[in-house]
Design a protein. Structure first.
Length: 264
Protein backbone atom coordinates (compact mmCIF):
# COMPACT_ATOMS: atom_id res chain seq x y z
CA UNK A 1 0.00 0.00 0.00
CA UNK A 2 2.84 2.39 0.81
CA UNK A 3 4.69 1.52 -2.38
CA UNK A 4 1.57 2.28 -4.43
CA UNK A 5 1.46 5.79 -2.94
CA UNK A 6 4.99 6.40 -4.19
CA UNK A 7 4.17 4.86 -7.58
CA UNK A 8 1.11 7.07 -8.04
CA UNK A 9 3.04 10.22 -7.08
CA UNK A 10 5.93 9.41 -9.41
CA UNK A 11 3.47 9.21 -12.30
CA UNK A 12 2.48 12.86 -11.83
CA UNK A 13 4.27 15.85 -13.37
CA UNK A 14 6.46 17.61 -10.82
CA UNK A 15 4.06 20.58 -10.66
CA UNK A 16 1.17 18.30 -9.63
CA UNK A 17 3.01 16.50 -6.85
CA UNK A 18 2.04 17.52 -3.36
CA UNK A 19 4.77 17.74 -0.73
CA UNK A 20 5.15 14.42 1.04
CA UNK A 21 3.78 14.49 4.57
CA UNK A 22 5.16 11.70 6.70
CA UNK A 23 2.53 10.15 8.94
CA UNK A 24 3.56 9.74 12.55
CA UNK A 25 1.86 9.14 15.85
CA UNK A 26 2.13 10.69 19.29
CA UNK A 27 3.91 8.19 21.52
CA UNK A 28 2.41 9.59 24.75
CA UNK A 29 -1.14 9.13 23.42
CA UNK A 30 -0.56 5.64 22.02
CA UNK A 31 -2.51 2.82 23.66
CA UNK A 32 -0.71 -0.48 23.11
CA UNK A 33 -2.35 -3.90 23.38
CA UNK A 34 0.50 -6.32 24.03
CA UNK A 35 -0.55 -9.98 24.22
CA UNK A 36 1.12 -12.65 26.29
CA UNK A 37 2.52 -15.13 23.79
CA UNK A 38 3.81 -18.65 24.33
CA UNK A 39 7.26 -19.72 23.23
CA UNK A 40 7.36 -20.27 19.50
CA UNK A 41 4.35 -18.05 18.73
CA UNK A 42 4.79 -15.21 16.27
CA UNK A 43 5.43 -12.00 18.16
CA UNK A 44 3.08 -9.08 17.51
CA UNK A 45 1.06 -6.39 19.23
CA UNK A 46 -1.65 -3.89 18.33
CA UNK A 47 -1.85 -0.20 19.20
CA UNK A 48 -4.46 2.53 19.04
CA UNK A 49 -2.70 5.62 17.70
CA UNK A 50 -3.31 9.35 17.53
CA UNK A 51 -1.49 11.66 15.15
CA UNK A 52 -1.72 14.56 17.61
CA UNK A 53 -0.88 14.90 21.28
CA UNK A 54 -3.97 14.91 23.49
CA UNK A 55 -6.29 13.68 20.73
CA UNK A 56 -8.21 10.41 20.98
CA UNK A 57 -6.80 7.54 18.87
CA UNK A 58 -8.00 7.49 15.28
CA UNK A 59 -6.14 4.45 13.97
CA UNK A 60 -5.48 0.85 14.92
CA UNK A 61 -2.14 -0.60 13.87
CA UNK A 62 -0.50 -4.00 14.12
CA UNK A 63 3.25 -4.34 14.59
CA UNK A 64 4.83 -7.75 13.96
CA UNK A 65 8.34 -9.07 14.35
CA UNK A 66 9.95 -10.03 11.05
CA UNK A 67 12.67 -12.54 12.01
CA UNK A 68 13.99 -12.74 8.47
CA UNK A 69 14.70 -8.98 8.57
CA UNK A 70 15.58 -8.93 12.29
CA UNK A 71 13.24 -6.02 12.92
CA UNK A 72 9.67 -5.05 13.78
CA UNK A 73 7.37 -3.66 11.10
CA UNK A 74 3.95 -2.04 11.03
CA UNK A 75 2.06 -4.60 8.97
CA UNK A 76 -1.45 -3.14 9.13
CA UNK A 77 -3.12 0.18 9.88
CA UNK A 78 -6.85 0.92 9.88
CA UNK A 79 -8.58 4.29 10.11
CA UNK A 80 -11.31 4.08 12.74
CA UNK A 81 -14.80 5.47 12.16
CA UNK A 82 -15.27 6.14 15.86
CA UNK A 83 -12.94 7.34 18.58
CA UNK A 84 -14.53 4.87 21.01
CA UNK A 85 -12.06 2.03 21.22
CA UNK A 86 -13.04 -1.64 21.48
CA UNK A 87 -12.94 -2.94 25.08
CA UNK A 88 -9.90 -5.20 24.85
CA UNK A 89 -9.60 -7.50 27.88
CA UNK A 90 -6.47 -6.87 29.95
CA UNK A 91 -5.08 -8.94 32.81
CA UNK A 92 -3.89 -7.54 36.12
CA UNK A 93 -0.54 -6.62 34.63
CA UNK A 94 -2.07 -4.89 31.63
CA UNK A 95 -1.39 -7.60 29.06
CA UNK A 96 -3.92 -8.47 26.38
CA UNK A 97 -4.84 -12.02 25.31
CA UNK A 98 -4.23 -13.13 21.75
CA UNK A 99 -6.85 -15.55 20.40
CA UNK A 100 -7.07 -17.50 17.16
CA UNK A 101 -8.48 -15.37 14.35
CA UNK A 102 -9.60 -18.48 12.46
CA UNK A 103 -10.87 -21.90 13.56
CA UNK A 104 -12.07 -20.37 16.81
CA UNK A 105 -15.35 -21.92 17.97
CA UNK A 106 -15.64 -19.34 20.75
CA UNK A 107 -16.37 -16.56 18.23
CA UNK A 108 -19.49 -15.84 16.18
CA UNK A 109 -17.33 -15.24 13.06
CA UNK A 110 -13.72 -15.88 12.13
CA UNK A 111 -11.41 -13.78 9.99
CA UNK A 112 -12.13 -15.74 6.81
CA UNK A 113 -15.88 -15.19 7.18
CA UNK A 114 -15.34 -11.50 7.92
CA UNK A 115 -13.25 -11.25 4.75
CA UNK A 116 -15.99 -12.93 2.71
CA UNK A 117 -18.55 -10.50 4.15
CA UNK A 118 -16.42 -7.45 3.34
CA UNK A 119 -15.97 -8.64 -0.24
CA UNK A 120 -19.74 -9.15 -0.47
CA UNK A 121 -20.32 -5.56 0.64
CA UNK A 122 -18.25 -4.39 -2.34
CA UNK A 123 -19.44 -6.91 -4.92
CA UNK A 124 -23.19 -7.12 -4.17
CA UNK A 125 -23.81 -4.29 -1.73
CA UNK A 126 -24.03 -6.78 1.14
CA UNK A 127 -26.92 -8.72 -0.37
CA UNK A 128 -25.55 -12.10 0.66
CA UNK A 129 -22.93 -12.57 3.37
CA UNK A 130 -22.32 -8.92 4.18
CA UNK A 131 -25.74 -8.13 5.66
CA UNK A 132 -25.82 -11.42 7.58
CA UNK A 133 -22.38 -11.13 9.18
CA UNK A 134 -22.27 -7.39 9.90
CA UNK A 135 -24.59 -5.10 11.82
CA UNK A 136 -24.83 -1.71 10.02
CA UNK A 137 -21.94 0.61 10.92
CA UNK A 138 -20.38 3.64 9.25
CA UNK A 139 -17.65 1.44 7.80
CA UNK A 140 -19.95 -1.25 6.40
CA UNK A 141 -22.34 1.38 5.02
CA UNK A 142 -19.45 3.07 3.20
CA UNK A 143 -18.53 -0.22 1.55
CA UNK A 144 -22.12 -0.80 0.47
CA UNK A 145 -22.28 2.75 -0.89
CA UNK A 146 -19.19 2.09 -3.00
CA UNK A 147 -21.15 -0.67 -4.71
CA UNK A 148 -24.35 1.34 -5.17
CA UNK A 149 -22.48 4.37 -6.54
CA UNK A 150 -20.73 2.13 -9.08
CA UNK A 151 -24.06 0.93 -10.46
CA UNK A 152 -24.92 4.41 -11.73
CA UNK A 153 -21.44 5.86 -12.31
CA UNK A 154 -21.57 5.66 -16.12
CA UNK A 155 -25.30 5.52 -16.75
CA UNK A 156 -25.90 3.64 -20.01
CA UNK A 157 -22.39 4.44 -21.28
CA UNK A 158 -20.56 1.78 -19.30
CA UNK A 159 -20.37 -0.52 -16.29
CA UNK A 160 -18.39 -0.68 -13.06
CA UNK A 161 -18.13 -4.07 -11.37
CA UNK A 162 -16.38 -5.17 -8.19
CA UNK A 163 -14.91 -8.59 -7.51
CA UNK A 164 -12.69 -10.35 -5.00
CA UNK A 165 -9.06 -11.01 -5.89
CA UNK A 166 -6.21 -13.20 -4.73
CA UNK A 167 -5.12 -11.99 -1.33
CA UNK A 168 -1.38 -12.07 -0.69
CA UNK A 169 -1.80 -10.83 2.87
CA UNK A 170 -3.47 -13.68 4.72
CA UNK A 171 -2.20 -12.91 8.23
CA UNK A 172 -5.00 -12.08 10.66
CA UNK A 173 -4.72 -10.96 14.28
CA UNK A 174 -7.23 -11.16 17.12
CA UNK A 175 -7.38 -9.94 20.72
CA UNK A 176 -9.91 -11.03 23.31
CA UNK A 177 -12.45 -8.37 24.29
CA UNK A 178 -14.15 -7.90 27.67
CA UNK A 179 -17.44 -9.38 26.41
CA UNK A 180 -15.71 -12.65 25.51
CA UNK A 181 -15.54 -11.81 21.82
CA UNK A 182 -12.57 -10.47 19.89
CA UNK A 183 -11.12 -7.53 18.03
CA UNK A 184 -10.03 -8.94 14.66
CA UNK A 185 -7.68 -7.24 12.21
CA UNK A 186 -7.30 -8.67 8.71
CA UNK A 187 -6.66 -7.69 5.08
CA UNK A 188 -8.43 -8.19 1.77
CA UNK A 189 -7.90 -7.49 -1.93
CA UNK A 190 -10.62 -6.54 -4.42
CA UNK A 191 -10.85 -5.28 -7.97
CA UNK A 192 -13.00 -2.70 -9.72
CA UNK A 193 -13.46 -3.12 -13.48
CA UNK A 194 -14.80 -0.15 -15.45
CA UNK A 195 -15.80 -0.88 -19.06
CA UNK A 196 -17.47 1.00 -21.91
CA UNK A 197 -20.90 -0.20 -23.04
CA UNK A 198 -20.01 -0.43 -26.75
CA UNK A 199 -17.30 0.38 -29.27
CA UNK A 200 -16.80 4.03 -30.07
CA UNK A 201 -16.62 4.97 -26.39
CA UNK A 202 -13.48 5.25 -24.29
CA UNK A 203 -12.40 5.76 -20.69
CA UNK A 204 -9.86 8.53 -20.22
CA UNK A 205 -7.59 7.78 -17.25
CA UNK A 206 -7.36 10.45 -14.58
CA UNK A 207 -4.07 11.99 -13.51
CA UNK A 208 -3.92 9.69 -10.50
CA UNK A 209 -3.89 6.75 -12.95
CA UNK A 210 -0.96 8.06 -15.00
CA UNK A 211 1.66 5.88 -13.33
CA UNK A 212 -0.11 2.74 -14.51
CA UNK A 213 -2.08 3.81 -17.59
CA UNK A 214 0.10 6.59 -19.05
CA UNK A 215 -2.80 8.78 -20.25
CA UNK A 216 -3.79 6.17 -22.86
CA UNK A 217 -7.59 5.92 -23.42
CA UNK A 218 -8.93 2.46 -22.59
CA UNK A 219 -11.85 0.22 -23.44
CA UNK A 220 -11.81 -1.03 -19.87
CA UNK A 221 -9.73 -0.52 -16.74
CA UNK A 222 -9.22 -3.03 -13.97
CA UNK A 223 -8.14 -1.46 -10.67
CA UNK A 224 -6.73 -3.50 -7.80
CA UNK A 225 -7.14 -2.40 -4.19
CA UNK A 226 -5.40 -3.77 -1.10
CA UNK A 227 -7.21 -2.97 2.14
CA UNK A 228 -6.85 -3.39 5.90
CA UNK A 229 -10.00 -4.05 7.95
CA UNK A 230 -10.92 -4.12 11.65
CA UNK A 231 -14.01 -5.68 13.20
CA UNK A 232 -15.35 -6.56 16.63
CA UNK A 233 -16.79 -10.06 16.85
CA UNK A 234 -19.10 -11.24 19.67
CA UNK A 235 -18.78 -14.58 21.42
CA UNK A 236 -22.43 -15.47 20.83
CA UNK A 237 -24.36 -15.75 17.59
CA UNK A 238 -24.87 -12.07 16.92
CA UNK A 239 -23.70 -9.82 14.05
CA UNK A 240 -20.15 -8.51 14.06
CA UNK A 241 -19.32 -4.83 13.63
CA UNK A 242 -16.91 -3.47 11.04
CA UNK A 243 -15.28 -0.52 12.84
CA UNK A 244 -12.97 0.72 10.08
CA UNK A 245 -11.11 -0.06 6.88
CA UNK A 246 -8.38 1.56 4.80
CA UNK A 247 -7.68 0.89 1.11
CA UNK A 248 -5.00 1.78 -1.43
CA UNK A 249 -5.08 1.32 -5.19
CA UNK A 250 -2.08 -0.84 -6.02
CA UNK A 251 -2.49 -1.46 -9.75
CA UNK A 252 -4.47 -0.49 -12.86
CA UNK A 253 -4.49 -2.04 -16.34
CA UNK A 254 -6.69 -2.43 -19.40
CA UNK A 255 -6.72 -2.64 -23.21
CA UNK A 256 -6.20 0.64 -25.11
CA UNK A 257 -8.85 1.80 -27.57
CA UNK A 258 -8.18 0.38 -31.08
CA UNK A 259 -6.69 3.57 -32.52
CA UNK A 260 -4.04 3.60 -29.76
CA UNK A 261 -3.40 -0.14 -30.16
CA UNK A 262 -2.66 0.34 -33.87
CA UNK A 263 -0.42 3.31 -33.10
CA UNK A 264 1.55 1.25 -30.59
Amino acid sequence: MSVSDYTETEGLPAKDREPYERWSYDLASAKPYIPRLADGQDRWFAAALSSEKGKAPSRLAVFAEQPQHKRWEMVSVVDLDSQKLPDVALDREGYATAVAANDNKQLAANADLLLTAVLDNFTTGGTNTGSKVFAPTKASKRQVKVNSDAATRFGDQGTSVFDGADNRFTDAYALKTEDGGALVLFSHTHTQTDAVAHSGLQINPGKEDRAWLHDVPRMSIRYTFVCNDAATVPAKAEPSRLIGYTCARTDASGPPVPSWSHRA
